[in-house]
Design a protein around this ligand. Sequence first.
Ligand code: UDX
Length: 455
Amino acid sequence: MKIAIIGGGYVGLVSAACFAEFGVEVMVAETDPVRLDRLRAGVMPIYEPGLEELVAANRAAGRLGFTGALDAAIAGAQAVFIAVGTPSRRGGGHADLTYVFAAAEQVLTSLDHPAVLVTKSTVPVGTGRKLAQLAAALRPDLAVEVASNPEFLREGSAIGDFMRPDRVVVGAETEHARSVLRALYRPLNLIETPILMTGLETAELIKYAANAFLAMKVTFINEMADLCEAVGADVHDVARGMGFDGRIGRKFLHPGPGFGGSCFPKDTLALARIAQDARAPSRLTETVVAVNEARKAGLGRRIIDAAGTELRGRRVAVLGLAFKQGTDDMRDSPAIPAIEALAEAGAHIVAYDPAAMEAAKPLLPASVRYAASAPEAIKGAELLVVMTEWNEFRALAPARLAAAMRGRIIVDLRNIFDPAAMRSAGFVYHGVGRGHAPRKIAPQKIELDREVEHG
Ligand code: UDX
């Protein structure tokens, strides 16, 4: 079997390498010449554990290739996957489909044989239908079928998520399209992965609904964490106590600085928009967007309150910049508004992240300094802020921190440290939702973001 993937970005590249590993012959079309050259030289444009090795092994086996020529990529392909970007459109939150439709048009005009056109990018409900109309209009001579096959990949574990998914979702309306997709995922039958066959709109909505639900779970536990601080409860036990209930589940109940990344912020906003446009508004999704934005905007205040003192001229160590551990992705990272607020308050910030420093530099205030290691960042710091839960930070022993730092305040926004151990090493330790916070949290009035408000 032969397939083409349009777009050698995160989703395209991971899908291509994994389909090739399944034994499929995969050609990736990438229009950016710099990215294409790098891919051909074996250099990955993203940091994803295991990807480089998987790409190299499948190229060596002759099952995976990269090209700048779209017609060469789609020659003889039974399925063509569109995996180009869908950024948020400025001033609205709708997904920008320019790249998706441009890629589809190009594919449709170049095709010389029937094929299934599959969307892998997260696209608004109704996009598959529009693509089917476009196919019928541009190529009445060819049987081009459209399918939706959303991905559920997490950065940092994308390959495992692709090779051992909880489920595969396929939206398709002909038996032929369904059978092509079924054949592609055949190796997953061995591990009994459910393959859910639905209509186009349903498959498109499943992706948004799943992401919005997970974002809601995170946002809910974040609110419970604030409540725990107000009433002197421990959010970890609350989460455990909730999570043992199989209907709730234990995952995605870890409180933190608010969700970020390339998917949740963009997809929750897009779902709110889709629902508004369909005149079936999702108030819960709108509120999740607003509450999460407010949480991230309030991080600076939270840290300054915890410090209990003016930060002007004080050295603040920030450990972690990426939106979560295991990635160099800074998109919508809570570290950005937090550091902006600390810089605004006059703090001298020394930051360290094992992977995201290069990506972070253009996004953070020019006054931020970058350390080569965690120990270098904390040296002489008066306040330590943990923004990202990298494992290497968990290993920092309280005594070592105490010896290196000048001050004794820790704001651990990921709850990676043991509060009792930190307190016995002499620190004033502030986690998230772990007993009384010695500060008063000003109740946040939730103003719905203008972008999701009803007009
Ligand atoms: C997410 C979805 O999990 C994935 O299925 C989808 O395809 C893309 O979006 P990703 O953005 O890589 O994946 O990260 P994920 O691990 O899901 O975390 C998302 C955000 O929620 C991060 O900011 C993370 O720090 C936060 N989070 C997650 C929490 O704060 N607490 C949790 O318990 C879980």
